[in-house]
Design a protein around this ligand. Structure first.
Ligand code: 5AD
Ligand code: FES
Length: 343
C-alpha cells in the first residue's frame, strides 16, 4: 500500500498527513522512496547541482536553544566575529573559486547594525552573485532594508512546527513570531528557505508529517533539513539517536511534494554518514552548501559535533565537492540557482 502511495506522490505531488505518517513509519520501502525522489529531482531540476558557499561570520548568539552549541549559555566555546571587510573578502575569494551564490550565516548577534549589514550585502552584490541571508529573527523593517540592499534569499528553519516542542526547546522564543518572519520574508519578495530538525527529543512522526505539510503550505523555495545531533556542551547531550535515515526519508518526501524547490544535501547529513551528501543528492537533493569560512573559525562554529571539513580550506572543499558531484555523473551549475517554478 505504501508503494502505491509513493507512486501517487510521484505523479500528483500530494500526500495527506496519514499517508505521510504511513510512509515515514514503514522502513521496508525506503529504497523505493529514495528512487522516486531521485526521479522527481531529475525531471524537475535536471542533473545540475547548485553550490552555495557559506560564510559563518559570527558564532555569538543571544538565543539559548537547548540543542545548539552556539547557545548563549555555552561557556565552553571561544566566540568570534568577522569584520565587514573580512566577510566581503571571503565572498570575493569564493567568486574566484567559481561560486555563483553565497550564504551569510551567523548566530543572532546584535553587534551587526542594519547599516553594517547593508554595507556587506551591497558590496557582495557588486560581484554579481546571489546572496542568501541566514541571520535569524528580525523585524519587517530590517528584512526590508536587507532586501533593498540586494539580498535575494533568506533561510530561517521553522525547526519544528509543533509550537509546544519549539517553545520548550527554544526558551524565550515565540513560535508565532517565527511564522511571522517567514510571512514577512515572502511578502518582501525573498526566495524563502525553511526546514526542520529530525529526531528532536519528544518529536513524533506525526509532528514531522506536519512539518512536511507546512513546507508545502507556505510553498517554500528552499527546504534545508537535517538530523538532530546531540552536542556535549548542551542540555541535550545525552539524547543519543541515529536520525540519518529518517532525515533522508523526510528529504525525499519533501522532493516528492515540492518537486521544483531547491533542496540541499546538508552538512549535518554528511556528519553522520561519510557519504551522506552524495546519498542525499541521489535521494532528491540538488544543492550543496560548502563552507567557505577560513581558519580556526570553521572549528569554532560548533553547532553540533563531528562537523565535516573543519580542517579543510575553502579551496579544498571546492575541489572535493566538485569531484564528488562528478563521480555520480552530475554537473556543477554555472547559474545563480534561483527557484524556477514548474507547477
Ligand atoms: N544538530 C543538528 N542541527 C542543529 N542545528 C542546531 N543545533 C543542531 C544540532 N544539535 C541546526 C538548526 C539551525 C541550523 C543552523 O543548525 O536547525 O537552524
Ligand atoms: Fe569540504 Fe569535502 S567538502 S573537504
Amino acid at each position: 500500500m505504501n508503494i502505491k502511495l509513493i507512486e501517487k506522490a510521484e505523479k500528483s505531488h500530494n500526500l495527506n498527513k496519514e499517508e505521510l505518517i504511513s510512509i515515514l513509519k514503514d522502513s521496508s520501502i525506503d529504497k523505493i522512496l529514495f528512487e522516486a525522489a531521485n526521479r522527481v529531482r531529475e525531471k524537475y531540476m535536471g542533473d545540475e547541482v547548485h553550490l552555495r558557499g557559506i560564510i559563518e561570520f559570527s558564532n555569538i548568539c543571544k538565543r539559548d536553544c537547548l540543542y545548539c552549541g552556539l547557545r548563549k549559555s555555552n561557556d565552553n566555546i571561544k566566540r568570534y566575529r568577522l569584520m565587514p571587510d573580512e566577510i566581503i573578502d571571503l565572498a570575493k575569494k569564493a567568486v574566484g573559486y567559481g561560486y555563483k551564490s553565497i550564504v551569510l550565516q551567523s548566530g543572532e548577534d546584535s553587534y551587526y547594525t542594519v547599516d553594517m549589514l547593508k554595507y556587506i550585502i551591497s558590496s557582495i552584490k557588486k560581484l554579481y552573485i546571489a546572496v542568501t541571508l541566514s541571520l535569524g529573527e528580525k523585524s519587517l523593517e530590517e528584512y526590508k532594508a536587507y532586501k533593498e540592499s540586494g539580498a535575494d534569499r533568506y533561510l530561517l528553519r521553522i525547526e519544528t512546527t509543533n509550537k509546544k516542542l519549539y517553545e520548550d526547546l527554544d526558551p524565550g522564543m515565540i513560535h508565532d513570531n517565527r511564522k511571522r518572519c517567514l510571512r514577512d520574508l515572502k511578502y518582501l519578495g525573498y526566495e524563502v528557505g525553511t526546514g526542520n530538525l529530525v529526531g528532536l527529543p519528544n518529536q513524533t512522526i506525526e509532528s514531522i508529517a506536519d512539518d512536511i505539510l507546512f513546507f508545502k503550505e507556505i510553498d517554500a523555495d528552499m527546504i534545508g533539513l537535517g538530523p538532530f545531533i546531540p552536542n556535549e556542551d548542551t542540555p541535550l547531550r545525552d539524547f543519543k539517536a541515529d536520525n540519518f535515515t529518517m532525515s533522508l526519508k523526510v528529504m525525499a518526501l519533501v522532493r516528492l511534494l515540492l518537486p521544483d524547490s531547491n533542496v540541499p544535501a546538508t552538512t549535518a547529513m554528511e556528519s553522520l554518514n561519510r557519504n551522506g551528501r552524495i546519498i542525499a543528492l541521489s535521494s532528491g537533493a540538488n544543492v550543496v552548501m560548502p563552507n567557505i569560512t577560513e581558519g580556526e573559525y570553521r572549528k569554532l562554529y560548533a553547532i553540533y559535533p563531528g562537523k565535516i571539513c573543519i580542517n579543510d580550506t575553502p579551496n579544498q572543499c571546492w575541489n572535493c565537492i566538485n569531484g564528488k558531484i562528478a563521480s555520480i555523473g552530475r554537473t556543477v551549475s554555472k547559474e545563480l540557482g534561483s527557484r524556477k517554478k514548474a507547477i
